[in-house]
Design a protein around this ligand. Sequence first.
Ligand SMILES: Cc1cc2nc3c(=O)[nH]c(=O)nc-3n(C[C@H](O)[C@H](O)[C@H](O)COP(=O)(O)OP(=O)(O)OC[C@H]3O[C@@H](n4cnc5c(N)ncnc54)[C@H](O)[C@@H]3O)c2cc1C
Length: 311
Amino acid sequence: MNLFFRRVPPIIRPMASPISRSKVSIPHTERTAKEPRDNNLHKVLLERMEQVNDDIRLFRLVPADREKGLMKFLAGQWLDVHVPTIPKAGGFTITSPPSLLNSQEPYIELAIQKSPSNPPAAWLWRPSDSILGSELQVRVGGSFTWPSANFQAEARKLKRAVFVAGGVGINPLMSMLSQLVINREAKDDFEVQFLYSTKDPGPSNLSRILFLGRVQQLFKALGDKSQLQLFLTQSKDKQIDSKSQVAGEDMSIQRRRIQEEDLLRALGPVDERIDTVCYICGVPGMTDAFVELAQKAEGVDARNVFCEKWW
Ligand SMILES: Cc1cc2nc3c(=O)[nH]c(=O)nc-3n(C[C@H](O)[C@H](O)[C@H](O)COP(=O)(O)OP(=O)(O)OC[C@H]3O[C@@H](n4cnc5c(N)ncnc54)[C@H](O)[C@@H]3O)c2cc1C
C-alpha cells in the first residue's frame, strides 16, 4: 500500500498507554508497529549538525542517491533512523516542511534530544567530527499529519488550527506550521493559535528555546488574529503574565504551565469550533489531559483533535 495516497483515518493514535507516565522500554519500530510506514528505505548523508542548547541537536540530512527518487512525506511524520553499528532504528520526527525536499538543495531536518539510554540518539550525540558525513538509512512513517484528512475528504473549509507543543513535542508542529505558511493556507479568514510550553532557559536566553525564532518568523506571515503564546515552566523568575518583546516580535510569554482556560480560549467561539482542528504533541500526561479537554469542549468535532506521544 502506498503510504502517501492512503487516507489516514482521523483518529487519535496514542503512542503509549494513555494513563501511564512510566516509560515503556521498547524500541521505536515495535512501539510504532501499528503505524503506517513507507515500504522504502532511503539512504541519506548526515551533512550538518547544530547544537541549539545543552539538550537538543539539529541535524540536516541530504539524499544520498537522488537518481533513485526523493522520498516523500507529510508534515508531522517521523523517520525510522538506522545509524551505523546500531541494530535497531531510532524514531525521530522530521521538523522541516515536505516542500524543502523539492528545492534546489533538498534536505530534511531532525531535532534530537540528548538521550544516552536510547542507542540511536546516543550515536547521534557522539562528537560531531565522528558522525558528520555518515550514511544513514531512513523510512518514513506516522499518521499524525497535516493537512487534516478529515477536512480534505469532506471538502470543508478549515477556519482555525490550534497547535499545542510541550518541549521537543514542537518537532512535528514545526513542520506543519512551516508547510501551512508555504502553502499560503493562512489567509485573513484563517487563524493559527500556537501554545508552546517549555522549560524556562532563564532571562535573555530565549534564543536557546528550540525553534522559537523560527516560529516567530512564520507568524509574520499569518493574519492579525493568529497568536503565539509561550509558556515557560520551572521558572526561577516568578513574574507572571508578562507581555514581552523578543527579537522585535509581539509574543505573549507567561511563566506557568498551559492551563485549561488557555486551550479553551485558543479553540475559539463555540459556534466556530466545528471548523477547527487541534494538534497536540508533548509529554504523555499533558497530551492526554489536553486531548480529553479539546475533544469534550463544546462545539468541537472530536475527530479533529489529533495527538502524538513519544515517551
Ligand atoms: C513517533 C515518535 C517520534 C519521536 N520523535 C522524536 C524527535 O523528533 N526527537 C527526539 O529527540 N525524540 C523523538 N522521539 C523519542 C525517541 O524515539 C526516544 O524515545 C527518545 O530518544 C528517548 O529514548 P529513551 O531510551 O530514553 O526511551 P525509550 O525510547 O522509551 O527507550 C527505552 C529503552 O528501550 C530500549 N531501546 C529503545 N530504542 C532502542 C533501539 N533503537 N535499539 C535498542 N534498544 C532500544 C533501550 O533499552 C532504552 O533504554 C520520538 C518517539 C516517537 C515514538
